[in-house]
Design a protein around this ligand. Structure first.
Ligand code: AMP
Length: 249
């Protein structure tokens, strides 16, 4: 067993808290894969797998998919070779049962949660943000008509794909998703704060300010000898991830 394998960083925040935007940046900066449970579930739905079909009703209602299904999905993904030296998890764990399953699986492989970074955004702001959210199915770029006007031809300005809205981003489902999120996730925050791993950041700021706060938090976590001279463009060494070998399981 290699010490320091599977050092996982969690990005926690309500739907619309900006996790996707920040996770993309952080995973590139840290050079670890960004694993979003919502994206994996949507991929299963697109492919029409049994898991995708089982998850569909829950997702469309804005409810959580049962723990067993999501835990298996995430453990399988973490077993892929690219996640051996660390991963950035987004949207998982969302319940204490999921957090405990993750802790157990990581501990079995001499790994663990390195930090739980919580983007704190008030419920009413999340609802406001999500109601105006559109996305590009081609390159996954997101747009928000409440922040700036959508392209007049409703096509992605980056790749030209027609913009769409997720079924669960409809305003009638959003309030429920946000309610479910706070109800289920508050105990997850306690789970990690009790282990002194929780870093609560104000997510109700510009994306650049949130990104800087995330980098500051990660910098504070990194041992001095691991800090790259070129900060703020941090390298993956900042979080002391060890070389890849094998998979989870
Ligand atoms: P997200 O893209 O993270 O907002 O997730 C979209 C939907 O996928 C959620 O509303 C849930 O139905 C489902 N989902 C994503 N992650 C989880 C999870 N960790 N546990 C249960 N359901 C999840």
């Amino acid at each position: 067993m290699v010490a320091g394998r599977y050092r996982v960083t969690l990005l926690i925040g309500g739907p619309g808290a900006g996790k996707g935007t920040q996770a993309k940046y952080l995973s590139e900066t840290l050079r670890i894969p960004h694993i979003a449970s919502g994206d994996l579930l949507r991929d299963h739905r697109r492919r029409g797998t049994p898991l995708g079909r089982a998850a569909q009703t829950y997702m469309d209602r804005g409810d959580l998919v049962p723990d067993g299904l999501v835990v298996d999905l995430m453990m399988n993904r973490l077993a892929a070779p690219d996640a051996t030296r660390g991963a950035l998890l987004d949207g998982f764990p969302r319940t204490v049962a999921q957090a405990e399953a993750l802790d157990t699986a990581l501990a079995r492989h001499d790994g663990g949660v390195h930090a739980a970074l919580y983007l704190d955004v008030p419920a009413e702001v999340l609802v406001e943000r999500l109601c105006g959210r559109w996305f590009c199915g081609g390159c996954q770029q997101t747009y928000n008509e409440r922040i700036e006007p959508l392209p007049s031809d409703m096509r992605c300005s980056a790749c030209g794909t027609r913009l769409g809205q997720r079924p669960d981003d409809r305003c009638d489902v959003i309030e429920h998703r946000v309610e479910v999120y706070f109800h289920e996730t508050a105990p997850v925050l306690s789970h990690y704060s009790g282990r002194r791993l929780l870093h609560r950041l104000n997510g109700n700021r510009t994306p650049d300010d949130v990104r800087d706060a995330l980098l500051d938090a990660l910098r504070a976590l990194a041992a001095p000898r691991e800090l790259a001279p070129a900060l703020p463009s941090m390298s993956h060494r900042d979080v002391a991830l060890s070389p890849s070998r094998g998979g989870l399981g």
